[in-house]
Design a protein around this ligand. Structure first.
Ligand SMILES: [Zn+2]
Length: 311
């Protein structure tokens, strides 16, 4: 049950809420990562676990019941805890959304790594049987109204609903991620990348060097639309890669040509860590989303034949 050695304090704004928020990551003597909404009268421990993930809104991972003590956009902080190797902590937060910082996992990792962790390894969740979930499975769970809106949006933007996320066993007992993005915007187009995590310093350094700084992205012209709907209010050119209207350029400079898909690796790492350990298997994400990542974990854990847990 490795935990953080000392308290870490982080401040910033939520990317969707736009509200200032403080986070204090504290050591915890029991197992699990829990958020604690200290701004509410009813202070409860909110498990950062796949089975407590609510509406993902397609753009982030939210735990707890919406508007009843939820915390949204936990994925980059979860990825940072995973990479440092911390599976036990209390995260006090005085708002409903973690700070976006620079839009990546880099700042979180730097601060948490500087403090360090106690002894111990993350538990392993060995994938024994293949499980796969499809974008159509996610859509099925939505209300008719939302489905209609989504259908319209996809039609207008020429987007196909053919994404999937698959977990399959491998012999090596490591997490291999293979992510592919397909966008009609020419600056993104089709991008793929792979990342392997085996707990060694080499794989951790690889993540820090080649993935952790990749930022989230969005279309500049969509910001106004999103803001009216309570999303993206904290987005600016310092924390989001902003695509221009033609989709053939960005308003801020890219760190890598394929920064978009590299960010998907951060999201996948953060989402898989809501399992409570290292998911040891091959994760194939084709046009993946937070909703699909969550659904594949739910499917994996729905049948004890699908996995083994090694402490
Ligand atoms: Zn993200």
């Amino acid at each position: 049950m490795p935990t953080i050695k000392k308290e870490v304090i982080l401040s910033g704004v939520g990317i969707h809420s736009g509200l200032p928020v403080n986070v204090v990551i504290k050591p915890y003597e029991k197992n699990g990562i829990f958020f604690k909404r200290v701004d509410l009268d009813d202070v409860q421990l909110i498990p950062a676990r796949f089975d407590n993930v609510g509406e993902t809104k397609f753009r982030n991972t939210t735990i707890g019941k919406l508007n009843a003590g939820h915390v949204q956009t936990i994925e980059h902080l979860m990825a940072a805890l995973f990479i440092v190797g911390i599976d036990s902590a209390i995260i006090e937060i005085n708002g409903a959304e973690t700070p976006i910082l620079d839009g990546s996992a880099s700042e979180f990792i730097k601060k948490i790594k500087a403090v360090g962790k106690t002894e111990g390894d993350l538990k392993k969740i060995i994938v024994k049987k293949e499980v796969v979930v499809y974008a159509a499975d996610v859509i099925k769970q939505l209300s008719l109204f939302v489905r209609l809106k989504l259908w319209m949006f996809n039609k207008i933007n020429g987007r196909k609903v053919d994404g999937f996320v698959k977990l399959s066993p491998n012999q090596d007992g490591v997490l291999n991620i293979n992510a592919t993005l397909v966008y009609s915007e020419p600056i993104i187009g089709k991008q793929s990348c792979v990342y392997s995590y085996d707990g060694t310093k080499k794989s951790i350094d690889d993540f820090i060097k080649n993935f952790a700084r990749a930022r989230t992205f969005g279309k500049y012209s969509e910001w106004e639309y999103l803001k009216k709907r309570g999303m993206g209010r904290g987005a600016n050119e310092n924390n989001v890669i902003a695509l221009n209207d033609a989709g053939d350029g960005t308003l801020n400079k890219l760190l890598w040509k394929d920064e978009f898909v590299r960010h998907k690796i951060i999201d996948a790492i953060g989402d898989m860590f809501t399992s409570g350990g290292v998911v040891c298997g091959n994760l194939e994400s084709y046009k993946g989303s937070h909703a699909l990542n969550n659904l594949v974990l739910k499917k994996l854990f729905s049948n004890p034949d699908n996995y083994d847990i090694v402490q």
